[in-house]
Design a protein around this ligand. Structure first.
Ligand code: ARG
Length: 464
């Protein structure tokens, strides 16, 4: 194995790194993922050096052309630096110098790997956040299409995982739409803290060269530049915020996953799984397993772990750059890859992997006592104080259970024996369709409200 030559850093080093330490120290194995951003960042830096007359236009051209050649080599799979390169920044600089000679050595003027890696990471994350936002939009669109299809499909609603009140399935699905909307907005909000340029902060204190930080920032599409060089090179708040936003995305996907897993069980049978999104058992031929939601639920822990890891990595760091910061990359990369994979998988699962069992759902809402609140509300509208009505209905449920009857199976005489205010219209009032329809308060499950919520959701998607 090749190890870094002592000249990698400076002449003060006399011996090469111990091979195991070289391996331990190297980040090339994972930060090669930053290469496209590293090249883009270096090109902007070189152009800035030309503009400020720190290097000549010819030198600038040579550098930029060289960097573009490396980009092509990389894309063709021909640029594969090993551990001897230490990290992606050295790897690029070395290749550049190999190609264009001493001019390549001018690229690192007025810059340090500390502001360089910070720049790369922000460019990477900015692009990834855009991509995740796009994926969230597709996920929301899928939820919305399903909701539009299932306004009138009723499902049992739960609290404490006990049947509570029936719902429009659309209302249930739109709850996840709204969570995803907040997720999208959170990413949107944090972009402005990702999109700040540390380039030109140098190693920690700025530089003696007359650089133009605004110019390189502008070339890279950054909204502004860090105002303090120490903060600029050592700030990872943006990465932690991203890990936090990613964790919340995972919380939401994981809750939906848990419901899909439960709903696909024989006990619920609210959904069936299509072959394209489920797997079989190697030993029990009757089984169809909900691997997609299980994996999403399982991967959620990883993402939380990265958030925790980043927070702990930062908490004891003295200013400014410390090598601990190299640990941010694998956490961020894995968070990005995990979230992207999970949003995509859940979108596919919803679009083609699950079938809602409408008949079974109808049966479910017809065969329980989840209309009991409506009996209490019925009496309350007829002037019985709600608490008294609530107690009376408790009695109704108790006697019905004892008689093995559903509420709709009680005779009018039985109702009236409980309270004379009951009339023939009680049966219509407790029919599931009516029970749902009547919850017409803003944000409720009533069909009119659900139609309004669908309109709001369409509007949110239309806004970008
Ligand atoms: N590979 C390093 C990292 O990921 C790049 C910055 C190195 N800076 C330094 N002063 N050693 O953080």
């Amino acid at each position: 194995m090749q190890t870094p030559s002592p000249q990698t850093w400076s002449q003060r080093f006399e011996t090469a790194l111990h091979p195991a330490i070289a391996l331990f120290n190297a980040s090339i194995g994972f930060d090669i993922q930053l290469i496209e951003y590293d090249l883009t960042g270096s090109e902007a830096h070189a152009k800035m050096l030309v503009k400020t007359e720190i290097i000549s236009p010819e030198e600038g051209d040579q550098i930029v052309t060289g960097l573009e050649t490396i980009r092509q080599e990389y894309r063709r799979g021909e640029f594969n630096p090993g551990v001897e390169a230490e990290d992606v920044h050295f790897a690029v600089e070395r290749r550049l110098t190999e190609m264009i000679g001493d001019v390549g050595k001018k690229l690192h003027t007025a810059r340090s790997r500390n502001d360089q890696v910070g720049t790369d990471l922000r460019l990477y994350l900015r692009a990834q956040i855009d991509a995740i936002q796009g994926q969230l939009r597709q996920y929301q669109q899928t939820l919305l299409s399903l909701a539009e299809e299932h306004v009138e499909t009723l499902v049992p609603g739960y609290t404490h995982l006990q049947r509570a009140q029936p719902l429009s399935l659309a209302h249930h699905l739109l709850a996840y739409f709204d969570m995803a909307q907040r997720d999208w907005e959170r990413l949107h909000d944090l972009q402005k803290r990702v999109n700040i340029s540390p380039l030109g902060c140098g190693a920690l204190a700025g530089t003696t060269f007359p650089i133009d930080r605004q110019y390189s920032a502008e070339l890279l599409g950054f909204e502004k530049v860090y105002g303090n060089s120490l903060d600029g090179v050592s700030d990872r708040d943006f990465a932690i915020e991203f890990a936090c936003a990613a964790s919340l995305i995972m919380v939401h996907l994981s809750r939906l996953s848990e419901e899909m897993i439960l709903w696909a069980s024989e006990e619920f049978s609210f959904v069936t799984l299509n072959d394209s999104c489920s797997t079989g058992s190697s030993i029990m031929p009757q089984k169809k397993n909900p691997d997609v939601p299980e994996l999403v639920r399982g991967k959620t822990g990883r993402v939380f772990g990265h958030l925790q890891g980043l927070l702990v990595m930062m908490k004891g760091l003295p200013l400014a750059y410390n090598k601990d910061l190299q640990e941010d990359k694998e956490a961020i990369f894995d968070t990005v890859n995990t979230v992207r994979g999970c949003v995509e998988a859940m979108t596919i699962l919803l679009a083609e992997g699950v079938n809602f069992q409408v008949l079974r759902l109808r049966q479910a809402v017809n065969e329980d006592y989840s209309n009991a609140t409506d009996v209490a509300d019925y009496l309350a509208t007829k002037g019985v104080p709600f608490r008294e009505a609530y107690n009376l209905v408790g009695k109704v449920v108790k006697t019905s259970l004892a008689a093995d009857k559903l509420l709709r199976e009680l005779t009018l005489e039985e109702w009236q024996a409980i309270h004379p205010a009951f009339e023939d219209d009680i049966y219509a009032a407790i029919a599931p369709q009516q029970v749902v329809s009547a919850r017409n308060s803003y944000g409720g499950t009533g069909f009119d409200q659900v139609h309004q919520a669908i309109a709001r959701a369409n509007q949110a998607l239309g806004e970008g």
